[in-house]
Design a protein around this ligand. Structure first.
Ligand SMILES: Cc1ncc(COP(=O)(O)O)c(C=O)c1O
Length: 436
């Protein structure tokens, strides 16, 4: 580690985990493997290394190593904004008149505005170490694209970002932030890839989805040996990097002597929730504790609550491997709602397996319910939440109200994954009564 870091940062250093936790190693029933779409055989590291950097391919398939050390260079970057605060929501508790104790882990304090930076730096670091020229990716709401742009700028890597068209139109400032960090940003579907052109030919008005943008980003990466593709969610490697959220939360709760009864997170592709619940799943599998784990998704994109558990492609144009997951079908294009980061047709294979086996619950809520909760939270706790994060808030509030009725003082923990600074058009639409 750097010797000249300020005293405050040294303090933080001791509180930040030195290894990621690989939940798969402790799952009694493992998720089904990713398949090669041609041969239908389980994918090998070498096959995956054509799409991802070699270390990412290795981490993706690793179901053995319980802890994977975080390289010092990555920890140095993470220390710029970690550990993140675990906040006791005293004002929310008071407003709800609930005996419940509510805690939230706030990941929105960095410039990218969300938890996505935790995996962006890891994926960019391993690409740099491999000597690659650059990376490609998709982004929905823009937090992931911004996070990867920050990580690539830090490590001097090229970056090409395909941003889902409806989100790009809703959040023009996101593009400016990504470009400020040096990224090349295209609206997806675009005309610069074959996949994008085919989608536009079929539907010139297509508003895009994460599935369309992934097709474009993968195609772009496969054309140049110096590039690899990065995904900001869904994959096991991303949940691994996000385990830092859960490990810090667990450590802080242990210091306070608090055992969570309910752990809640919003779920797009499942990475923040997978990271947040990882240590609690470990305890649950070991029979030590039994917190309820709740995934919250939008009613407009309900992969867990309405999808099927089966093998499906991760993208629209069928260029990615097949993953066993809850899916709405890879050709599903959700309505252009404001929780852009939750508009994905499938769910993390790890979370899908936990849900399928009854270790996790899932709920879906409307945009109106989301923004009711977001506004209530902002007024009482001060932070303007990202619409994605507000899905978790809504269910935390509901559970806290249930405690008010039952008189139980449960410990409720939720992930506040991001801030809503770039979502003002959505808040405006809500105030004008345009959301349902
Ligand atoms: C603020 C925020 N929260 C949550 C998500 C959902 O992603 P995941 O389910 O991978 O955590 C996103 C995705 O873009 C996001 O930006």
């Amino acid at each position: 580690m750097k010797k000249d870091m300020p005293y405050k940062t040294y303090l933080a250093e001791h509180e930040m985990p030195t290894a990621w936790y690989n939940m798969k190693a402790d799952m009694t029933e493992k998720p089904d493997p990713m398949l090669n779409p041609g041969t239908k055989a389980p994918l090998t590291v070498d096959e995956l290394a054509g799409i991802f950097s070699f270390e990412m391919a290795k981490q993706e398939l690793d179901a053995e190593n319980r802890f994977i050390p975080i390289p010092d260079e990555i920890r140095e970057f993470l220390l710029m904004y970690r550990p993140t605060p675990l906040v006791r929501a005293y004002f929310l508790e008071e407003a709800l008149e609930t005996p419940a104790r509510i805690f939230y882990k706030y990941e929105g304090g960095n410039t990218s505005g969300s938890h996505k930076l935790n995996t962006a730096i890891a994926q960019a670091y391993y690409a740099k170490k491999q000597g690659l020229k650059g990376l490609t990716t998709e982004t929905g709401a823009g937090q992931w694209g911004t996070a990867l742009a920050m990580a690539c700028a830090y490590l001097d890597l090229d970056l090409h970002v395909f941003m889902v068209k409806c989100s790009a139109l809703q959040k023009p400032y996101r593009k400016i932030v990504m470009e400020t960090y040096g990224a090349n940003v295209y609206q997806s579907p675009s005309t610069i890839t074959e996949a994008g052109r085919a989608i536009l030919a079929a539907d010139p008005e297509c508003s895009g989805s994460l599935g369309t943008a992934i097709s474009e980003a993968v195609e772009f990466a496969l054309k140049d040996g110096g590039y690899r593709y990065c995904l900001g969610s869904v994959l096991d490697q991303v949940l691994l990097h996000q385990s830092i959220i859960g490990l810090e939360t667990d450590a802080a709760l242990k210091k306070l002597g608090v055992v969570p009864d309910i752990v809640i997170g919003c779920a797009g592709g499942g990475s923040n929730l997978g990271g947040l619940i990882a240590p609690f799943v470990k305890d649950k599998m070991a029979g030590k504790t039994s917190p309820r784990l709740i995934a919250v998704e939008p009613a407009s994109c309900p992969s867990l609550t309405k999808g099927e558990y089966r093998y499906d492609f991760c993208d629209l144009s069928e260029v990615t491997p097949l993953a066993k997951m809850y899916t709405l079908g890879h050709d599903f294009i959700p309505a252009p709602g404001h929780a852009g980061g939750l508009r994905y047709h499938g769910m993390s294979p790890i979370l899908s397996k936990l849900y399928h086996d009854g270790h996790m619950e899932a709920r879906s809520i409307t945009q109106k319910e989301t923004f009711d909760a977001a506004t209530f939270f902002a007024k009482h706790e001060g932070t303007l939440p990202a619409p994605e994060s507000a899905h978790a808030i809504a269910i935390a509030v509901e559970e806290a109200k249930a405690c008010r009725e039952s008189g139980e003082a449960k410990n409720i923990v939720f992930g506040l994954t991001g801030n809503g600074t770039f979502d003002l058009a959505a808040y405006d639409a809500y105030r004008k009564g345009l959301l349902d």
